[in-house]
Design a protein around this ligand. Structure first.
Ligand SMILES: [Fe+2]
Ligand SMILES: [Fe+2]
Length: 487
């Protein structure tokens, strides 16, 4: 059953084209041209979302919005408005801008003119898993496989063993036959068929499944939902949970890097961060899993996830840790190197060993560039920006961009810095984390970058918590850690 949308707009031409567009996206669309009819429609039917042009008359836009806030407070409302000129503002007794509309109950606000795809984004972003299920055109069994030709950039992949799906498949799933050639092996709405997947895995040695990038958000949402459920389930291995979160976080980063940091996407990021936090907080066997876990086929996003996991594991050992602290750190970890995307391509393709002096100057700009990208982003707190800005400041003052030292550096930034370097060490050495730790600790020059308490917490995350004797006195930073054994 399709999700139902109410379009309330005085412009007939626009409303016709919007209706057509949304129906193509499989929504069921009702249209009204005035405010009275909009309220009447809301009396008679339930809608997934109301798209309301504030210029509507005969019960004005603000009136309808007030009606919705009072009578349907949980209704998704996309408010469309034309920005007022200064003169209009001075003449009007009701100011209409993004802030007032959100205060009056709009879930999303679109400023005219906008692309139809922006409206689609707003609507998709508010679909809960239940909504997605409801919108599926479900079929009893599985439909025939079907070959399609399209651009490779339109698809994204996951490892066949790490593909999680609901019973009714949420979106089309493909295998790749060759450049620009795909075979749809499951249709959205089909009953999931493990046999079909296994056939490709075992008989045809298929390693990856593909889906359309426009469905990536659904995949992230589903994986997040599943991870949240499974984190508290005993009998499922910690390594499996870590892999699932890795999947969600990688697809989330891919989505936000390619589609931009849109509010709906950031919400998913918070969910990823919360799941990482919950797993690390609750899992009693985490230390065992961290020792052996080896799932690092290095891709652009693995590094960010590893950094997140180890930073969260370090923070867990601090007394002052709180949910908000870890979440801010987890978000900052996921995005700590986002500023790199603003650096010249040639630089990113080079190895650090080949950097010229000018390259280093450029490279050292990435913390500031990254922090800037979050400026004014209301979905991400200021602490996230600060952590990103300082993630290369070193405890001994030799870091960048400001060369801050010791307590002048945010502890969370120093934690991210340590986790970042450790994650790098794991990927670079290709060792299991516990073996990489031994190598990492021997890098005595590097050890000067972090408060020794942080290194100690990193070590402790590999140790059975029952074997850790609670120490009251904190070690001083002068303590030599380079020879410390990992276990
Ligand atoms: Fe960095
Ligand atoms: Fe990094």
């Amino acid at each position: 059953m399709a999700l139902r949308i109410l379009l309330a707009d005085p412009n007939e031409e626009w409303i016709d084209s919007a209706k057509k567009y949304l129906e193509e996206q499989l929504y069921q669309v009702d249209v009204v041209g005035n405010g009275k009819d909009a309220q009447l429609a809301l009396y008679n039917a339930k809608f997934f979302a109301v798209v309301l042009n504030m210029e509507i008359k005969d019960h004005s836009g603000p009136q309808v919005l007030r009606f919705l806030k009072t009578n349907h407070p949980s209704q998704n409302v996309v408010a469309i408005y034309k920005p007022m000129t200064e003169e209009e503002k001075s003449l009007s007794d009701e100011i209409i801008d993004e802030e007032t509309l959100k205060k009056s109950g709009a879930t999303e606000v679109l400023e005219l003119p906008f692309e139809m795809s922006a409206l689609h984004d707003c609507l998709e972003g508010h679909q809960s898993l239940g909504d997605m299920m409801q919108a599926l055109d479900k079929s009893e069994g599985q439909r025939e496989e079907e070959e399609v030709k399209s651009e490779d950039e339109e698809y994204t992949s996951v490892k066949i063993d790490e593909f999680y799906t609901s019973k009714a498949v949420l979106f089309d799933v493909y295998i790749k036959l060759g450049t620009g050639r795909y075979l749809k092996i499951l249709h959205a709405g089909d009953q999931f068929s493990k046999e079909r997947i296994d056939k490709y895995k075992n008989e045809k040695k298929v390693e990856h499944l593909f889906f359309h990038v426009r469905d990536r958000r659904k995949y992230i949402q589903y994986t997040n939902f599943l991870a949240d459920k499974l984190i508290n389930t005993k009998g499922i291995g910690t390594d499996k949970k870590l892999s699932m979160l890795k999947n969600a976080s990688e697809k989330f980063l891919e989505e936000s890097f390619q589609e931009g940091m849109k509010p709906q996407i950031m919400e998913q990021g918070k969910q990823v961060a919360e799941n990482v936090y919950n797993l690390i907080e609750k899992d009693e066997n985490l230390f065992k899993a961290l020792r052996d876990w080896q799932d690092f086929d290095p891709n652009a996003y693995t590094h960010a996830y590893l950094t997140t996991v180890f930073a969260a594991a370090i923070i867990k050992r601090f007394e002052w840790q709180s949910k908000t602290t870890i979440e801010a750190a987890a978000m900052a970890c996921l995005f700590h190197d986002v500023g790199m995307t603003k650096l010249p391509k040639e630089l990113l393709e080079k190895k650090e060993a080949d950097f010229t002096d000018e390259d280093w100057v450029e490279f050292k700009k990435h913390p500031e560039l990254g922090a800037k990208m979050f400026e004014g982003n209301r979905n991400v707190g200021q602490s996230v920006q600060q952590i990103i800005l300082q993630h290369h400041e070193y405890y001994d003052g030799s870091g960048f961009p400001y060369g801050k030292r010791g307590s002048k550096i945010l502890t969370l930034s120093n934690i991210v810095c340590c986790a970042d370097d450790f994650a790098e060490c794991i990927v670079e050495t290709g060792e299991k984390p516990v073996d990489a730790l031994k190598i990492f600790l021997k890098r005595s020059e590097q050890m000067k970058r972090y408060n020794s308490r942080i290194v100690e917490c990193l070590i402790k995350s590999f140790v059975d918590p029952e074997k850790i004797i609670k120490e009251n006195a904190l070690p001083s930073n002068s303590r030599v850690l380079a020879n410390k054994k990992a276990s």
